[in-house]
Design a protein around this ligand. Structure first.
Ligand code: FE2
Length: 161
């Protein structure tokens, strides 16, 4: 366990986007995804009758929800200030979105498959339970982003499926 912790901490996470607005958008999607990961992992803890772990995961998931709310409020402010520019950034961020775990967790190739296999997180879950609800709360939709993408289709692969 200690060795694993050291391996995780040995990796430095490089910010995936350059501007504060893009990072605010990225973090909105990432925080809700993180919370959902913990809630879905908690189901496994409950199945295993691990009360301590399920309680800890419940607290952590609630904490992630608060983070999500903060960043989502920030994106709403950006939309109010400059809707077109912010929409372009949302489209751009979603076109390359991936969780920090991909870069930080050792042996992600294997661990990522276990997470998908256990239905804790996957692209399908991201589209249904993360992307769709967030876009709706922000007052937009995949359709609107796809319309924006018509002039620059290379920026929207994540929106095509
Ligand atoms: Fe968080």
């Amino acid at each position: 366990m200690n060795e694993f912790t050291e391996q995780v901490l040995a990796h430095e996470w490089n910010l995936p986007f350059q501007t504060p607005r893009q990072m605010m958008i990225y973090t909105t999607f990432q925080e809700l995804s993180t919370g959902l990961n913990y809630r879905n992992l908690r189901r496994k803890a409950i199945e295993q009758n691990d009360e301590a772990l399920s309680t800890a995961l419940s607290h952590i998931a609630r904490d992630e929800s608060a983070h999500y709310q903060f960043f989502q409020d920030g994106v709403k402010l950006y939309l109010k200030e400059d809707r077109d520019g912010t929409m372009e950034d949302i489209k751009f961020v979603l076109s390359t979105f991936r969780m920090p775990a991909h870069d930080l967790i050792p042996d992600w190739e294997h661990r990522g498959k276990v997470i998908v296999g256990q239905n804790i997180f996957s692209d399908r879950i991201f589209f249904k339970d993360i992307m769709r609800p967030i876009l709706s709360v922000l007052g937009t939709s995949r359709r609107e982003l796809q319309e924006l993408g018509k002039t620059t289709p290379e920026l929207t692969p994540a929106l095509e499926t």
